[in-house]
Design a protein around this ligand. Sequence first.
Ligand code: AMP
Ligand code: MG
Length: 531
Amino acid sequence: MQTNTDSPFTNAVFDHHFARHLPGEAGPPFESRQVMEACWSHAPPTPVAAPILLAWSDDLAQTLGLAAPEDAQGVAAVLAGNRLLPGMKPIAACYGGHQFGNWAGQLGDGRAISLGDMLAPDGQRWEFQLKGAGLTPYSRRADGRAVLRSSLREFVCSEAMRHLGVPTTRALALVGTGEPVIRDMFYDGRPEMEPGAIVTRVAPSFVRFGNFEIFSSRGDIERLQLLADYVITHHFPEIDAADPARYGLWFEEIARRTAVLMAHWLRVGFVHGVMNTDNLSVLGLTIDYGPFGWLDVFDPEFTPNTTDQGGRYAYAQQPGVAQWNLMRLAEALLPLVGGQEELESRLDRFGDVFELEWRRQALQKIGLEPPSTAGEDELMARLLGILTLTEVDTTLFFRALMDVAPQHLPGAGLPPELHASFYAPERLPQAFVSRLRDWLAAYAARLRDEGVTEEARRSRMALANPCVIPRNYLLQEAINEAASGDLSLLGRLLTAIRDPYTADPAHARFTAKRPEWARHAPGCSALSCSS
Ligand code: AMP
Ligand code: MG
């Protein structure tokens, strides 16, 4: 038996709060089936051949009060699911969901196994999940595993989101399994062997909209209420758990958090890719990183997910989809809430908060003061419209705009500071240049009218516009190198994304435009759900 003395978990006390407080079941753990009247199922991880620790988040470890992983092998064994620590109780959660607009019935954790939670020094409970740890009752016809490419993407992107200031589930570790996984990456009948990996995800809770939808769809109001009361009591302490209006208040708070999240996604140029109701967190966190992507060129219709032919989950659709998903959640909660009208009026909070929050964040991107009123800001809306006229790199443009002094525009043409953010600067349409110049003049007037100093403008912009985002092509390069055993690029990418708002020349490798080879390359601009 392995000892645990060097493990960072020596002082961690594990429990399974969710499983202890809510009804579960212990039927055959590896048999796909419909699970009734249970919030979770017993789901032991399936051990893997040769676990190896590929990445670790010191930042999250510190939050959790965990030491550095000196015994990397011991840690990898635990975080591959090969060895359970005292107090851990592996389970898979039961949930359903609307996928691409249609009710899909029971889904559940088909490959994510929740081990339990631990109390961090700050008093927060954090639940640990291994994504890719083997079959569960919810695996349906799939294998319960995850490939290195998707696991690395989830690890890096959840770290990036955290440092960008976007609410997210976290990732503690990335572990290679030493086992191949078969995937048909583009569903074109050409399956290949890929290295397997497991991400340790950590969050206060992984409960999704779909956890409520499944009970409601089955008329299981008892479980619906138990779960709602549990989530309110333990994750929304600001709501009085004895208040008869608690479910409505709680729904409104979910709507508020989701609205704030959507504004953040738009601000940083993130496209989730699969905003099904089973992939929306009731805590308002970004959850389930799959075929996500980042805007390179500013294109409101961009989606990296090749499975999403109609662009249902494209960049600019996301707030509307979030609202649609909230309506599905409202329907699920209807048995607990007074009536339809109450839910509808509480849902209005989404639109109100989104407008206010997006306006605040959008204006901060151009260095203007956050307003106290809602509604779209005409100046920002105009700029975004102009940006769609040519191929401009979203991230580089807003950083470069910091360096343009709009009050001192050159006599003709584009301010030279902006050149590097265009994909074809020598072929800019004249209409684009003149409209952008007009816009800059209006911008200068607004700055003057509002008395915004150059210093204030720059410092606001520097906090809203990242230099470093984990662009798809960068992730793909890190994946290619990691797959051949070289983790150095992954390490450097992680260092850069942990300080995303600093223009550090040492991170120049990660602040460049998408190279031409990546325009249509698999993994860079085209991803599927196969992971
Ligand atoms: P997603 O849209 O990727 O979040 O997944 C939708 C559903 O499919 C969830 O219930 C997942 O647990 C399940 N799923 C996805 N991939 C696998 C897999 N390789 N093995 C088992 N279940 C999976
Ligand atoms: Mg999911």
